[in-house]
Design a protein around this ligand. Sequence first.
Ligand SMILES: [Zn+2]
Length: 81
Amino acid sequence: MNTPAEKDLINRFKLEFDSHTYRRIEAKEPQCFTLTGVAAGIMALLHGEGTVEERVGTYASEESHCICCQETSCKFQVELL
Ligand SMILES: [Zn+2]
């Protein structure tokens, strides 16, 4: 199986952005905490080995760019732990 050690995922949907702007808070740091976890989970499901339970926590994700910080998209860097 091809298991990437690191992968960048880009989100252009404004899912968490809408919630953030609704509260009228100006973000200085990325705010899409749910999508950060989703990105790591997707990679574990697609590229992990073993049962679903064994794949939990095998990838970590960090949001480096965020629409909430006036960026054009959110970018998540996902890496194999
Ligand atoms: Zn974001």
